[in-house]
Design a protein around this ligand. Structure first.
Ligand SMILES: [Zn+2]
Length: 559
């Protein structure tokens, strides 16, 4: 199996919401830097809002439209050009400043340098309207690859959407394509479609207008900050039903946009699954982060994606991940993987977003772990431990979870099950589920609607847990070594010694050992031997099978 296929298979088994890592060489190009770093042409301005219009032509597979980008000037000193991203083969046709002045621009691959006036003062707001058209890149394997999908439903009627995580939203509309800069005041998406079709977008429907030429314009909008890759058109034979959920922050609108022929099964299937998910996740993570924009599921031809307040759903109205269970335990077949996993991203990925794609583990490790926490909430701890352990068969330990920064690189698919297992280990290490839950809720409150670095997340967890977990994060995120716990008993079993091997210098994961009947015992192994006296009942806590169920490590009794 080649690497791409391995990763693809792994992702197919463990998660469904981002594109697989393309097998690109690890030598990075100028284009990677332009795409993945805060260039001088990006640093001086801050996106406030996107107002996007798109008109797709289903037959010709072309699109045209514009993005009105409202931005704030952060720095007037030496304002260079403005970098706008739009990927080939789409083309920018013209650019207007403040809706009147035509700007000159030049192309540097997928980045465009726009000549803006130097006299824009710090703190002032302006708009650039970027008109685009062309034959956009099509996705060959959504959601794993990015681009437009000009698909059809089972009755052979048009069904269109986009997937673009990783590859970037600039594959279909012009924007500042970097995760660190979200439009602070939200975004709107207007779609001009044949009036026989219905267009659905993120957030709330603002207007629906029939045009004289047989088209209709649907305008949707979110009021909250949103990731570029989460802004998505859905166009097809959709119908709608909705309800209200009494949630932690009050009334939450739940909306379901499904193909007309799916309506009966959607009505009996979706609300229950969504209520269970919301109960579990508001318990663990706090209030759903986008009450203002509502919660929504939208039928798609692919498996699913976490598009904010418009989660893409393609799981056949069946449990598991299209009837498969990545954990192999059976626990994954008792709930809808796509509804749980993709909605989990509303907290980790959409509410809290990594600044750099290299920290995609903040999205996928926490969301993978949200599956375990869901199982814990609905089915209990034993089920959750079994599910979490079962997902380990998807771990390859082939390359680190965190790749290079600043070049839009994406790490190993291990960010899903291994990252989830790392968080499970930290949770057991803390040994206090209420404290752990407080940390999960605290993360979502402290970094509410923010983009973050890995260090911010790691430091927060360490501070609240009262232990410096930085070496633990480094071990699991930046190496492929699986830490090994060595245990050694003296001959009359009155003492036990322990140490970590196969790990980085200073690895120090504390182990809270518990078996439900004995009082818990917390030990602090290091990379040199430590010895403690065993009290009555303590020896039973050193059962290596029980330890490795809680902690993603190996454990062995050595002479
Ligand atoms: Zn995911």
């Amino acid at each position: 199996m080649n690497k791409l296929y391995q990763i693809f298979t792994l992702l197919m088994l463990t998660a469904a919401c981002s594109q697989a890592q393309e097998a690109k060489p690890k030598t990075f190009t100028r284009a990677d830097t332009l795409r993945g770093s805060i260039t001088p042409e990006r640093a001086w301005w801050d996106v406030q809002r996107y107002d996007i219009t798109v008109k797709p032509d289903y037959i010709a597979k072309t699109t045209s439209g514009q993005n009105i980008i409202t931005y704030k000037v952060l720095n007037t000193q030496h304002v260079p050009a403005m970098q706008i991203d739009l990927q080939e083969p789409l083309n920018i046709d013209s650019i207007l400043l403040d809706k009147k002045v035509a700007l000159k621009y030049s192309r540097d691959g997928n980045a465009w340098h726009v000549q803006v006036p130097q006299q824009q003062s710090k703190g002032s707001e302006h708009v650039v309207t970027v008109y685009f058209s062309g034959k956009p890149h099509e996705s060959t394997r959504p959601p794993w690859s990015g681009g437009w999908s000009f698909n059809q439903d089972s009755l052979k009627r048009p069904w269109m959407t986009v997937t673009c995580q990783g590859l970037g939203a600039s594959i279909w509309y012009p924007c500042k394509d970097h995760q660190s800069d979200e439009p602070d005041r939200g975004a709107s998406l207007s779609m001009i479609v044949p009036d026989t079709l219905v267009a659905v977008g993120n957030g709330r429907l603002q207007s629906q207008v029939k045009n004289a030429d047989g088209t209709a314009t649907y305008k949707w909008s979110v009021s909250n900050p949103i990731n570029n890759y989460d802004i998505i058109p859905y166009i097809g034979k959709y119908v709608h039903f909705g309800e209200t959920y009494a949630g932690e922050k009050g009334k939450l609108d739940l909306n379901y946009w499904v193909l007309d022929y799916n309506l009966p099964k959607a009505k009996t299937y979706m609300p229950h699954e969504v209520h269970q998910m919301l109960k579990a996740f508001e318990h663990w993570f706090g209030a759903y982060p986008f009450y203002e924009d509502g919660y929504k599921l939208v039928d798609v031809p692919h498996t699913g994606m976490e598009h904010q307040s418009a989660v893409a759903y393609g799981n056949w109205y069946k449990p598991g991940y299209r009837l498969r269970d990545g954990s192999g335990t059976g626990w994954g077949l008792k709930w809808d993987f796509i509804i749980v996993h993709e909605s989990g991203h509303e907290w980790f990925g959409n509410n809290i977003t990594s600044k750099d794609l290299a920290d995609m583990w903040i999205h996928e490790s926490f969301t993978n772990y949200s599956e375990t926490l869901y199982v814990d909430y609905i089915f209990g701890k034993d089920a959750a431990n079994a599910y979490n352990e079962g997902t380990r068969k998807g771990i390859h330990n082939d390359s680190p979870i965190i790749p290079a920064y600043g070049v839009n690189d994406q790490g190993s698919g291990d960010m899903y099950p291994k990252g989830g297992n790392m968080l499970h280990a930290i949770r057991h290490s803390i040994g206090n589920d209420e404290l752990f839950r407080g940390i999960m809720r605290g993360l979502n409150k402290t970094f509410y609607h923010q983009t973050v670095t890995a260090k911010q997340i790691e430091d927060y967890i360490s501070a609240k847990a009262g232990f410096d977990y930085s070496k633990v994060f480094k071990q699991y995120l930046q190496t492929t070594q699986l830490p090994a716990l060595e245990l050694r008993f003296n001959t009359n079993r009155t003492k036990v010694s322990y140490r970590w091997t196969n790990c980085i210098s200073g690895f120090n994961l504390p182990l809270n050992l518990t078996n439900g009947s004995q009082p818990a015992l917390k030990i602090y192994p290091g990379t040199t031997w430590k010895t403690i006296a065993l009290k009555a009942g303590n020896e039973m806590l050193f059962d290596t099978a029980a330890i490795t169920k809680m902690y993603y490590i190996t454990a062995a009794i050595v002479k």
